[in-house]
Every structure is written in structure tokens, then in C-alpha cells.
Design a protein around this ligand. Structure first.
Ligand code: IPD
Ligand code: CA
Length: 271
């Protein structure tokens, strides 16, 4: 894939992210139409759907052979080697509904099943995180770097309970949470996997993990972390399969390995 081609997709992706940000900002303080999905805590608004439709209508018009995978689409094609746009129109929908301004549009582009572009935009706080493969990671055009912390005793770690309300899953998540809380400076759960990855990429935290996420929550963020110098892996070590419903991220490999040794995997059905 040529650099020019990636630059062209990136410019288009940036335009789509900024327009999506305007839609999000416009709806943020207004009353929202809310529907539930799998559980009473798994939420979607009209704005989530409108943003995803806007993004995919534009992509399909411009690039007829590109594939679109999105959280709110009724049909999701399998992830393959074609240029693929992997989109979460609002990551942190619960925050969006509660007017807690930690939510963002997340746009990842893959080619040959490798993420080559990551764009995450939180318009409420005017934070635009971007990365192109091999070209570094940026927040509002300023280069960002992950932290150098290797000692879990000095680490701030992100993880989430998520929206599934199954007792045994929540118990397992809280056991991991407690084990990490005892070993670290602290745990933060800010309600957006995409923005947790951006925080790790920019050194505002040192590591993070989650079980139960989907490819659209992390596609853009994993590239932003690795381009910032951080590590992405399967929570039990080895390469991360983006469809496996989990991730572990850290500023350093040493910290990633220590977090890995302290968490018990939780199995979710693959995407
Ligand atoms: C959710 C957020 C949340 C995470 C969930 C995700 P959504 O995405 O990233 O932090 O815990 O696993 O599903 O539903 O707001 O797009
Ligand atoms: Ca979402």
C-alpha cells in the first residue's frame, strides 16, 4: 500500500471524523432518543445511528470496493484483506447520554487485515488523536509518546466493567480489578475503551485491558498506542487477534507482562 494512498484515505477519514464530531457536539446537551440493546445498560441513541450512516454513506459513495464494519450496522461483513473502515460512531455512548464528555468517534482503516490508519475524535474536549502506520501518533497534531513506566507499583491502569450485566462476568471483572488495584497506583474506568487507549498512548496512564470489547472499540486505538511507542498484546501474551473481544495495552512490554500475569482471562464469543 503506497504512502499516497494511505494519505488520501487519512484525509478523507479526518473529514468524516470532524463532521461526525459536529453531529455529536450538536446533540450533546439535548434530550436524546435512547434504545437498549443486549441489556438495560447497553445503550444506543439516534445520534450513534445517524453518525454511522453518515460515515458509511460517504465511504460507499467514494470507495465502492471498500468494506464497512460498524457497531450500529444491522449487517456486518466479515473482516478481510480489502480496505476496511472499522467504525464506532460513538465510543462511550453511556457517557454521551449522561453528558459526561469522555466519548469519541473512532475510525480505523485496515488493509490486508493490518490497521494502517487510526483516528479518534472527542469533540466535547477538542481532542483529536491520529496515527498512520509507521508515522507516529499525534494529539491535536502534537506527537505523543506512551509512558516508560515498567513497575506496576508506579502505574495507573485503565479497565472497564462494560455493559453486560451477567453476575459471573461482573464478578470476574471485579476480581481482576481488585488484584490490579492492590498492586498499582490506581485504576480508572472512564467509560470509553477508545479513549483509554488514547490515554495510554499519550502517557496519561501506563496500561489497560478489557474483556468483552469489540473490534470497533479498539481498531483505531491499537494503532495509536503502537505508533506512540506502546505495546498491544493478547492479555495472556502473544499477538492480539482484534476479533477476540479483549486487549491488553501498556507503555512498556515489562508492564504489559506484569499486568498479564495478574489478570484472569474472561471468555467472550468472538466477533
Ligand atoms: C463501550 C465503551 C466501554 C467499554 C465497553 C464498550 P460503546 O463502547 O468502550 O468503555 O467498557 O466494552 O462496549 O458501547 O460506548 O460504544
Ligand atoms: Ca458505540
Amino acid at each position: 500500500m503506497s504512502k499516497d494512498q494511505i494519505d488520501e484515505w487519512y484525509t478523507f477519514g479526518l473529514h468524516l471524523a470532524k463532521e461526525s464530531g459536529k453531529m455529536m457536539l450538536d446533540a450533546f446537551h439535548k434530550e436524546k432518543t435512547i434504545n437498549t440493546k443486549q441489556t438495560f445498560a447497553d445503550l444506543v441513541t439516534e445520534t450513534d445511528k445517524a453518525i454511522e450512516k453518515f460515515i458509511f454513506d460517504n465511504i460507499r459513495q467514494k470507495y465502492k470496493d471498500h468494506v464497512c464494519i460498524g457497531e450500529e450496522s444491522e449487517e456486518r461483513p466479515p473482516w478481510n484483506n480489502s480496505p476496511t473502515w472499522i467504525v464506532d460512531p460513538i465510543d462511550g455512548t453511556t457517557n454521551f447520554i449522561h453528558q459526561f464528555p469522555n466519548c469519541a468517534v473512532s475510525i480505523g482503516v485496515s488493509y490486508d487485515k493490518k490497521i494502517v490508519i487510526g483516528i479518534i475524535y472527542n469533540p466535547m474536549q477538542n481532542l483529536l488523536y491520529t496515527a498512520k502506520k509507521g508515522q507516529g501518533a499525534f494529539c491535536n497534531q502534537k506527537k505523543i509518546f506512551s509512558s516508560k513506566v515498567t513497575d506496576i507499583g508506579k502505574a495507573l491502569i485503565f479497565t472497564e466493567v462494560g455493559s453486560l450485566r451477567k453476575e459471573n462476568i461482573i464478578d470476574k471483572k471485579l476480581e481482576n480489578y481488585a488484584r490490579l488495584a492492590r498492586a498499582s497506583h490506581g485504576i480508572r474506568s472512564m467509560g470509553s475503551a477508545a479513549l483509554n487507549l488514547c490515554a495510554i498512548a499519550s502517557g496519561q496512564g501506563d496500561g489497560g485491558f478489557e474483556f468483552g470489547i469489540h473490534i470497533w472499540d479498539i481498531a483505531a486505538g491499537v494503532l495509536i498506542v503502537t505508533e506512540a511507542g506502546g505495546v498491544i498484546m493478547d492479555p495472556k501474551g502473544g499477538d492480539l487477534d482484534l476479533l477476540s473481544r479483549k486487549f491488553l495495552a501498556a507503555g512498556t512490554k515489562e508492564l504489559a507482562d506484569t499486568i498479564s500475569s495478574k489478570i484472569t482471562p474472561i471468555q467472550f464469543e468472538s466477533d
